[in-house]
Design a protein around this ligand. Structure first.
Ligand code: AMP
Ligand code: MG
Length: 521
């Protein structure tokens, strides 16, 4: 297995001089060196061949002992210096102080096909940032992270990736619903991959400690390696940097809203500085369209991170990042302007994204109302978001109301709930929709083609991941690969896989792991 190792983070940035793996506050350093825990019986469960190929690994590499050793932390690759990053964060709106990579260990950076990739193990043991926890991860959450990162990538949503999923062979104690019923589960290790894992919180921790010297070093490093178009060398570069982080974050959020993804824990330590979806914990996919839905039971009361709140939470997080970076610029105006721009751009980009979901190309005055009303109407009775939008592209300009309605009615969870009043509202919306698409130049077939490229047919529904988990718990890992293969082509019709284009089954409605997820992972 050949690795073109080109470390930068642990070469160019200040390290914690203390090399002991004891839990502590780490000052004036971006990371601490740490060695992964050696797993007792490591076993490969699944590899993303797509990601492996990006990294230059062929089948022989994937099946080699060296691959297993490297990506389970059994052996540290010569000339590499694994480390855990120091960061802080606002959790659920409150400053939480130092957090850091409590169960993530960065192995190395490699450059392959002109792309830089950081390789990071999640669940490979404790670090100085583990606080009171064990640094380990369980199989169920690792399956969820592995499958979803790759599925999001194939959906075209900016995301960290996942190379491999392995069993450690060790048992991990977890209290899934935090109700005193702790039990042992299988331990697992995922190898995550991204150009960088730097988060908003990496900057915040220095700002919170008044350590602007190191914040500047980290910011300059980030710009140099990951924002190469920024060439300015005065304070203005930090403004350009903030603007680009803001634009990338907004783009990611628009994609989340497009596909119905709810992150679940949008704390500032879980927001990537590169605008990538990161830290797949208690995430979920909208089944019934509901702006108030969150899968995270830990957030059940306030629903801070509910679907409809994601755009404004991202903005709130960007305010925190602006506060952190402010000392590098000492002028609030350009930050305020950027944050104002987010609001304006959000309105525009959301509108454009919704138009694409509806198959509308040019602009008409009525479009705004059509978009507002589709969301209102979708919220009347439980209606499957994915099935609705995918079915909508089957409507033809010449359809009458009855035909059009019949094409979308399979997205209702319970057709009996579609009362006369609800049907009236759908008919009203469909009437407007039909007259609107009649104004479009594209043919029905062309419109369908465009719509089917933005409205996925297959997403990792919460119950699908849970089915893979239940099987894996019994030692059958086959569904992991089946779902991985299915989700490689989320926008394509896959006739043999039609069973996954279905509403959530009733058994999954209130099942732990399907509609209810905690942060315990
Ligand atoms: P999260 O909510 O997953 O983003 O985690 C918040 C913080 O807790 C981060 O600093 C994580 O590294 C840390 N953390 C979460 N789970 C564990 C664990 N099992 N062991 C050590 N640290 C953890
Ligand atoms: Mg996290």
């Amino acid at each position: 297995m050949k690795l073109n190792i080109q470390d930068t983070f642990n070469q160019e940035l200040p390290a914690d001089p203390n090399k002991n793996n004891t839990r502590r506050q780490v000052m004036e350093a971006c990371y601490s060196f740490v060695t992964p825990k050696i797993p007792s019986h490591p076993k490969l469960v699944h590899v993303s061949t797509e990601m492996a190929n990006e990294l230059g690994f062929d089948n022989l590499d994937i099946n080699s002992q060296s691959f297993l050793d490297t990506f389970t932390g059994s052996r540290v690759t010569p000339n590499t210096h694994p480390y855990a990053m120091c960061y802080g964060g606002h959790q659920f709106g409150h400053w939480a102080g130092q957090l850091g990579d409590g169960r993530a260990i960065n192995l190395m950076e490699v450059v392959e096909k002109n792309k830089r990739w950081a390789l990071q193990l999640k669940g490979a043991g404790a670090t100085p940032y583990s606080r009171t926890a064990d640094g380990l991860a369980v199989l169920r959450s690792s399956i969820r992270e592995h499958l979803c990162s790759e599925a999001m990538h194939h959906l075209g949503v900016p995301t960290t990736r996942s190379l491999s999923l392995c069993l450690s062979g060790d048992k991990v104690l977890r209290d899934v619903m935090y109700d005193g019923n702790a039990d042992y589960e299988k331990g697992a290790i995922v190898c995550r991959v991204a150009p960088s894992f730097i988060r908003f919180g990496n900057f915040q921790i220095f700002a919170s400690r008044g350590d602007y010297k190191n914040m500047k070093i980290l910011t300059d490093y980030t710009i140099k390696h990951f924002f190469p178009t920024i060439k300015n060398d005065d304070k203005s570069k930090y403004i350009l940097f903030f603007n680009e982080v803001l634009d990338r974050t907004l783009k990611m959020i628009i994609d989340w809203q497009r596909v119905g993804f709810v992150h679940g824990v949008m704390n500032t330590d879980n927001l990537s500085i590169l605008g990538l979806t990161i830290d797949y914990g208690p995430y979920g996919w909208l089944e019934g369209f509901d702006k108030n839905w969150t899968p995270n039971t830990t957030d059940r009361q306030n629903k801070r991170y509910r679907f409809g709140n994601q755009p404004s939470i991202a903005l709130w997080n960007l305010y925190q990042l602006a506060n952190a970076l402010f000392p590098l610029v000492e002028n609030p105006k350009p930050f305020e302007q950027a944050l104002e721009k987010y609001k304006k751009n959000y309105v525009f980009l959301f509108h454009e994204m919704m138009k694409s979901k509806l198959g509308i190309e040019h602009n008409e005055e009525e479009d705004h109302q059509l978009i507002v009303e589709v969301e209102n109407t979708l919220s009347l009775i439980e209606t499957d978001m994915t099935i609705f939008y995918r079915s909508l592209s089957n409507i033809k300009k010449s359809d009458n109301l009855k035909t059009a309605f019949n094409k979308i009615k399979d997205s209702f969870y319970d057709e009996d709930l579609c009362t006369f009043k609800v049907k009236l509202k759908w008919n009203k919306w469909l009437e407007n929709y039909l007259s609107r698409i009649q104004k479009e130049k594209l043919s029905d077939a062309e419109r369908k083609k465009n719509m089917d490229l933005v409205n996925p047919k297959y997403v990792l529904r919460n119950y699908m991941a849970q089915l893979a988990i239940d099987k894996a718990d019994q030692g059958d890992y086959s569904l992991i690969n089946k779902l991985y293969e299915l989700l490689k082509f989320p926008y394509q019709e896959q006739p043999s896989q039609e069973k996954w284009f279905a509403k959530r089954p009733e058994w999954a409605r209130h099942k732990v792991g399907c509609s209810m997820l905690s942060c315990s992972s």
